[in-house]
Design a protein. Structure first.
Lengths: 325, 320
């Protein structure tokens, strides 16, 4: 069957119907809101909030409670099994490996992305090429994790030693007299290679946010320090870093939350095989590939428990950073 | 957070006050080292993408046998990879179909979030009712919940409906054909809402109070005020949030994987590409071109609307 645009038409029509219907409902809602002459604020507020509340309660609050409930039940969801799913998580060696991998991700990805982003922001700050230089590093932010993973799989592509390499990484290894290898199969190195992909994506985010913070440092402070004879290195440690420190923490926590939930990179790079799985990937495999609803739910709840303190910290930090700026 | 560029001091002026040529040499050296370090990072961040991009235009047999860096020695350009991966047989990917799917998923999911979030944000900012602050805090707190927490029950809701004690309260959504996209729209809208309400609330609550008082005195109701006054004023915030949601939905893999049920008819580009990478990991002529097909729209949005994108980023971090 050839590709033909006619086959695609029903989807586009349905999309337009969906959008028009949505706008129609909203429009009707707004008309209804203004109809009653009494105009009770409470009633109007309810109508404004109704769509969001229905979606959030039905799609997030109730499901989250339900997932917590399921995490204490067996795969069918009927039989109460107590903490069995959680004990399973901390006893099975393959799941312990998943937890260890997640720990490695959290230890390396946020710190390195933030550090690289900060250093780069400082280096290109006020240079002639600043806009272009920033775009180059920021660009991976726009690319999907799937796209980024394909880019990096190509870098690590492998050919046997007697053939010409087309993966850049193995070619460099060969140029330096080494043997080409299947890098993504080498444990535990492969986990670090996957972490690198996330760093590659997130450094741009860190760079943009920190660059804005650097530009907010009053010019007089920098100038005064320079007149006092501070070199660029001193300037960085004594002035720049302390000034942007609150923002650094916000960026670190934001990337940590992202890192905990990383799924796409693992899925596309290795499919979670060769000892590279992480919590979010394992949750998907358990709940959706293997039908282990209870165990998958327990992993989701564990992820939630890990994220909560970070977000609480994040809110405090953001508030502090706002007050300072 | 302000990002207005501060005044750059004239380097000549500062230098004139600095004594000793040694210090100047040292500064120039460290300047060179700094430029070099920046260059290394920039190259590391660009080269992998450039390699894939160049490869996507090379003939398939060359991609299979030589590295993309040999392209400059014997440049040979073809669009065959793109033609195959877009319009070829189903096993080649036929990404044109999935390109349409990505659009059909992303546009409504973006419009829905903007509309629902703007309504909620207005009420939370400008209508007085009891428990308002608690409600706002509650919605804000929902940003914490990883979407993994709701996947299983939400999927069950779409496939089996709601039943209380054996009594079917809501039927299953047995949507077929093009209508099956509705599940993904609703799922993405739900996951985008907490951040959306938060961002728009920040913006709407900063509008001047006098604006609303004047309109109320003139007899306008909340609905009218929302359409006539609030919506035009928050257009920049809507654009920022819209870009975020658009990129997020377009680039998402997990939600699409689950709520399109792995069905090729509704799968977006990301799902199909991940599939191709899994089953045909060495078919690089398809993967290189396919990856760029999936990137072209986000990159265009990114480069054309970078200003709004950065503004949104600085206003409220990233969702997930």
């Amino acid at each position: 069957m050839e590709f033909s645009f006619l086959n695609e038409l029903p989807k586009i029509v349905w999309m337009l119907i969906g959008i028009v219907a949505f706008l129609g409902v909203i429009g009707l809602l707004l008309v209804v809101i203004d109809v009653p002459r009494t105009r009770r604020d409470r009633w109007q507020a309810f109508l404004f909030l109704a769509p969001a509340l229905i979606l959030l309660v039905g799609g997030l609050v109730y499901p989250a409670l339900r997932t917590t409930y399921l995490s204490f039940h067996d795969r069918s969801g009927d039989e109460f099994v107590g903490l069995a799913n959680y004990l399973w998580m901390f006893q099975r060696p393959e799941i312990l490996l998943v937890l260890r991998n997640t720990l490695l991700w959290v230890l390396f990805a946020p710190v390195l992305s933030t550090a690289i982003g900060l250093v780069y922001a400082v280096l290109v700050d006020r240079s002639r090429f600043e806009p272009v230089a920033k775009s180059l590093v920021f660009m991976p932010m726009a690319i999907s994790f799937v796209g980024a993973s394909i880019i990096w799989r190509f870098v690590f592509a492998y050919r046997p030693a007697d053939q010409e390499q087309y993966g850049l990484f193995n070619q460099i290894v060969v140029w330096f007299g080494g043997e080409p290898r299947l890098w993504l199969l080498e444990q535990p190195l492969n986990t670090f290679l996957l972490i690198m992909v996330l760093i590659w994506v997130q450094a741009g985010f860190a760079m943009v946010v920190l660059s804005a913070a650097i530009k907010a440092i009053p010019a007089e402070i920098n100038e005064a320090a320079r007149i006092d004879g501070a070199g660029p290195i001193q300037l960085f440690w004594r002035i720049t870093l302390p000034s942007v420190w609150p923002t650094v923490l916000v960026v670190l926590i934001t990337i940590t939350v992202q890192t905990l939930k990383v799924f796409d990179i693992v899925r596309t790079m290795t499919g979670g095989n060769y000892g590279t799985s992480v919590i979010a990937n394992e949750m998907y495999s358990q709940a959706f590939s293997q039908g282990q609803i209870g165990q998958g739910s327990a992993l989701a709840v564990f992820l939630f428990v890990l994220v909560v303190p970070l977000v609480v910290l994040q809110i405090r930090r953001t508030r502090k950073a706002r007050e300072l700026s | 957070m302000t990002s207005t560029p501060t005044v750059v001091p004239d380097p000549g002026l500062v230098d004139a006050r600095r004594p000793g040529p040694a210090a100047r040499v040292r500064r120039r050296l460290s300047g060179t080292a700094a430029s070099l370090a920046a260059l290394v990072i920039a190259v590391l961040w660009t080269l992998p993408t450039a390699g894939l991009f160049i490869s996507s235009f090379r003939p398939a047999d060359q991609i299979r046998t030589t590295g993309w860096w040999t392209f400059f020695a014997s440049p040979e350009v073809t669009l065959d990879n793109y033609r195959d991966v877009l319009f070829g047989t189903a096993s080649d990917g036929r990404l044109a179909t999935h390109f349409v799917n990505s659009f059909v998923i992303t546009l409504p999911a973006t419009v829905f979030v903007l509309g629902v979030a703007a309504l909620a944000a207005y009420a939370l900012a400008w209508i007085d009712f009891r428990g308002r602050d608690w409600l706002f805090l509650g919605i804000f707190a929902l940003q914490i919940v990883p979407l993994q927490m709701s996947l299983v029950p939400l999927l069950r809701f779409f496939s089996q409906g709601v039943s209380v004690g054996g009594l079917q309260v809501l039927p299953a959504w047995e949507l077929s054909g093009a209508m099956a996209f509705t599940n993904v729209w609703v799922a993405h809208t739900i996951f985008g809402l907490p951040l959306g309400v938060f961002l728009l609330h920040n913006f709407i609550s900063q509008l001047p109070r006098t604006l609303f008082e004047a309109a109320r005195v003139d007899g306008a109701g909340h609905g009218r005020i929302f359409v006539r006054i609030v919506l035009p004023l928050i257009a920049p915030a809507l654009v920022s949030l819209g870009i975020f949601q658009f990129l997020w939905v377009w680039n998402d893999l997990l939600v699409a994987l689950i709520f399109t049920g792995g069905d090729t008819a509704t799968a977006p580009l990301t799902v199909r590409l991940a599939e191709l990478a899994g089953t045909r990991g060495e078919a690089w002529h398809r993967l290189t071109a396919g990856a760029f097909v999936s990137m072209i729209v986000p990159l265009a949005v990114f480069f054309l609307l970078q200003r709004y994108f950065v503004r949104g980023l600085l206003a409220g971090s990233v969702k997930g």
